[in-house]
Design a protein around this ligand. Structure first.
Ligand SMILES: [Zn+2]
Length: 372
């Protein structure tokens, strides 16, 4: 029952329209009447929207005393029950960017006000332990699958840099979470300067070997702030690729980054969207529900987050990313059968990249609103 209710929790007009369109097309195929198509489309949109409104009213009447860590609303509700009770501090692999440890998560909660989802760990007494364990795991991670598929990732960032060139060309750039340097590989030729911050020791070593002239600080952002490792340096553009959903307090992080931006500078991040049609179809099986992702943002969620951190939103777009065919097959097998294929001889031949755009990843651009 909770899965049906949570389906309606996540519905918004766009997804209601998409689902209704699918139903209306089936209706048209069966009956062959345009009137039937239009009637089914409009009625279904109304039913989905009305269902969503009723669930939201019911959610707002709940008194759970389990607050939303993003907007502080006092009574978040359960979105999906846990599929793994406790985080395993020894399983560093689950914190790799290319982790196949999908579908294993603690309770996922949902805020009926800001519509963000988040892990129950963030508001439990285990919060500090989980965050500390996360720091440790990121520092120790060695992501060989990511390195094997790194060429596809270069294409992803090549595309992004071409499309958003004005934010990078001749700009002073700070990247939070350089990881294995895929963004560096593409941006180094056009940026005025580049500075990276990366907690993974192996990631930093890889970048320092491959790009000896590039400056990457091997630390997490909290340490960099506490020890003032950036000094008074300011940047035109700060980027966080697939990082913000891993942060325990994203608003605090965005606020603290604000002071490192020049007036009129931009912050750009990519993240996952809990309201996308694709993610709603998959429900609790959406592969990005996993214990290394603390937050699952709604459209309203990242607009509010930027506004509360001192930025105005300039754009949010879906973007396509590239993966190798071998990696794609490994992911699909891992999701459906929960088994991890090793990169065998046959798979290693399938290294051609393919574009993926399922609408559940977004690129968000904010402009610094307040002078620091
Ligand atoms: Zn909230």
């Amino acid at each position: 029952m909770i899965y049906i209710i949570s389906f309606f929790r996540r519905i918004k007009f766009k997804s209601a329209f998409n689902f209704s369109l699918i139903i209306a097309i089936f209706s048209f195929i069966l009956r062959g009447q345009l009137d039937s198509f239009i009637f089914t489309l409009t009625t279904s949109v109304f039913v989905f929207q009305f269902g969503s409104m009723l669930v939201n009213l019911w959610d707002r009447s709940q008194k759970t005393n389990l607050p939303c860590p993003m907007c502080s609303y006092e009574h978040s509700v359960l979105l999906y029950p846990s599929k793994k009770k406790h985080i395993d501090p020894n399983f560093v692999g689950s914190y790799a960017c290319s982790s196949f440890d999908h579908g294993k998560y603690p309770d996922i909660r949902f805020c009926p006000i800001c519509k963000n989802g988040f892990l129950s760990h963030l508001i439990g007494k285990e919060r500090a332990d989980v965050i500390n364990a996360g720091f440790h795991m990121y520092e120790s991670v060695i992501d060989s699958t990511y390195i094997e598929n790194i060429k596809s990732r270069y294409r992803t960032y090549k595309n992004i840099i071409q499309k958003y060139n004005s934010y990078f060309k001749n700009k002073d750039i700070l990247e939070i979470g350089s990881y294995y340097g895929v963004f560096i590989n593409e941006v180094q030729h056009i940026a005025k300067s580049y500075t990276g911050i990366e907690p993974s020791n192996h990631g930093c070593e890889y970048v320092r070997n491959k790009y000896p002239n590039i400056s990457v600080i091997n630390s997490n952002l909290e340490n960099v702030m506490a020890k003032n490792l950036l000094g008074n340096k300011k940047f035109d553009t700060i980027v966080l690729w697939d990082v913000i959903e891993h942060l325990s307090s994203p608003i605090d992080t965005l606020r603290s980054l604000n002071k490192f931006l020049n007036d009129g500078g931009h912050i750009i991040f990519s993240t996952i969207n809990i309201e996308s049609t694709f993610s709603i179809i998959l429900g609790p099986f959406w592969p990005w529900f996993m214990d290394m992702h603390y937050y699952y943002f709604s459209d309203r969620g990242y607009v509010d987050m930027l506004h509360r951190s001192g930025y105005i939103i300039k754009a949010h777009h879906h973007f396509k990313y590239f993966v190798s065919i071998a990696y794609f097959i490994q992911k699909v097998i891992s999701l459906i059968f929960d088994i991890q294929l090793s990169n065998n001889h046959l798979l290693s031949k399938l290294n051609m990249s393919i574009p993926i755009q399922l609408g559940d990843t977004v690129l968000v651009i904010g402009k610094k609103e307040r002078p620091s």
